[in-house]
Ligand binder design. Sequence first.
Ligand SMILES: Nc1ncnc2c1ncn2[C@@H]1O[C@H](COP(=O)(O)OP(=O)(O)OP(=O)(O)O)[C@@H](O)[C@H]1O
Ligand SMILES: [Mg+2]
Length: 151
Amino acid sequence: MQLELADAAATDALGHRLAPGMLAGIVYLHGELGAGKTALARAILRGRGYAGTVRSPTYTLVEPYEIGDSTVYHLDLYRLSDPEELEWLGLRDMLAGEQTLLLVEWPERGEGVLPPADIRITLQHRDTGRTVNIEAETTRGHQMMGLLESI
Ligand SMILES: Nc1ncnc2c1ncn2[C@@H]1O[C@H](COP(=O)(O)OP(=O)(O)OP(=O)(O)O)[C@@H](O)[C@H]1O
Ligand SMILES: [Mg+2]
């Protein structure tokens, strides 16, 4: 599914539309620096009902969010020097929970250790806005996108 996101408000709106389906699973967020990966992750967290501050995990690499009975982990692996470092970050514990969503920026850096994506989202610059491509790659991914496709 390909969409045009004319401005930051459109990215925000997409995050809110995606949020209800994104209860558990692994979402890869692709795109170059400044493409809007953090902006979209923030909007998904807002859509899930998280009202606090959402910081980019640029330096911490992972930011956890407790939302009701579930947990969302927002990762930015840009500064990961080796996929094996994901163990140090506690990936095993993150994956242990059943009601857990992982939003992963720069998933390429974790290749080989990071589990495959349920949904792959790719943001690209287009004029002053962005284009976004959203692909479901597993059964769970299709379920997660079900709500979006019915709109
Ligand atoms: N559809 C859009 N059109 C124009 N600007 C947008 C759009 N969506 C987001 N932006 C803006 O682009 C910037 C994207 O920054 P953001 O931190 O989200 O990028 P990023 O992909 O996470 O980069 P990094 O790889 O450095 O983490 C923000 O200033 C945001 O407001
Ligand atoms: Mg970012």
